[in-house]
Design a protein around this ligand. Sequence first.
Ligand code: KG4
Ligand code: ZN
Length: 346
Amino acid sequence: MKRREPTGEPAADKVILGIDTSCDDTGVGIALGEKVLANVVVGQTALHDRFGGVMPELASREHLEVIDEAVQQALAEAGLKLESVQAVAATHGPGLVGALLVGLSYGKALAWGLGVPFLPVHHLQGHLAAATGVQPPFLALIASGGHTALFAVHEWGKVEELGRSRDDAAGEAFDKVARLLGLGYPGGPALAQLAATGDDHGVKLPWPMAGSRELEFSFSGLKTAVALLLERQPHVAAADVAATFERIVVGSLLEVTRRALERTGMRRLVIAGGVAANARLRREVAALGEELGVSTTFPPPALATDNGAMIALAGRLVLAGSDQRWQRYDASAALATDASPYLPLA
Ligand code: KG4
Ligand code: ZN
C-alpha cells in the first residue's frame, strides 16, 4: 500500500468510508457526496439477546472480530478497491468506550496507512446526516436507543440543543417494554409489529409530562406503568399493551416536536435515529407536517438505525469544515481524537 500525505482540502466530493462501532452493531458504509455506495451492518442481536441488553465487553470483542470482514464486504458492495478510498470517517463518541475504540482505532490506522484524511464524527451528527436531501435550517428530532432530543440545526456547523429526555430514551423505552412483554432484544421492531394487531386504547397508561410546556421528554414513568399493569393484570392482551404504549410514545414525541416547531418557527423537520424506522411515527409526523405546512424528512429505514454510511455522510461535513466541532479541518488533531463516551453534540 502506497502512502500519500493527507491534505484535508475540502475539494470535490471524495469517496469516504465510514465506520460506526458505538454500540452493538458493526457498521461500515461508503459514500460519495450524498450518494451511499455501500452500507454493511453486522448485528450482534444473537450475542446479547439472552442478557436482555448490550453487554459492553462482548460488544467490543465482536467488533474486533468482524470489522475487517465488514470493510471488505462494503468495498465489494461498492465495487471499489481499498486504494479508491479518499478519506476514512469513524464515530468517536458518544457510545460504549470499548466499542468506540475498536472502530476509531481501526479507522485511524486505515486512514494513516492509506495516507488519506481521518474524519472523527459525532454519532448524532451521523444520524442527522443520514437524512440526505434537506438543507439547514431545520428542526431535528433524534430518537434512538441512547438519545431522545430536539435540535435546531441553524447551519450544518451551528447546532443548538432545545431539549431532551430527562430519563429514558424513546428507543430504550421500546426495548424495556418489549422485554416486559417477552419480545426479546432489540425490542422496537418486534413491539411495533405486535402493536399493529392491538387496540391502541385497549389499556390505561399515563401520558408523559402531562400539562408540561417544556421541550422535554420522559419515558421511564410510562415504562414503570406498563410493568405495574402487567403485574396486576397478567392476562391482559399483550398486543393492546403494545399498541397503547406505542400510541403514547409517538404521541408524546409529536406533542413536544409540535411545540418546538411553533416556538422556533422552523419550516423543515427531520426525524432521525432508530425510532425513525417506526411506521406509526412516520405516519403521524407526515400528517403533522401537512397540518402545519412544514416539510418532513426521514432517513431511508436502512440509514435510520446505526450504520457506517451515515458516518461517511457526516464525515463529508467534517472535511468541509462544516461540522459543529470542526470549523477548519486539522489532519493531526483529527488523528489525535480520543473516544468520548459522553460527548455532547451542542
Ligand atoms: O439509532 P439506533 O440504531 O441506536 C442508537 O444509537 O441507540 O436506535 C436503536 C433503537 C432501539 O432502541 C430500537 O428498539 C429502536 O431504535 N427501533 C425502533 C424501531 N426500529 C428500531 N423503535 C420503534 N419502532 C421501530 N420500528
Ligand atoms: Zn444511534
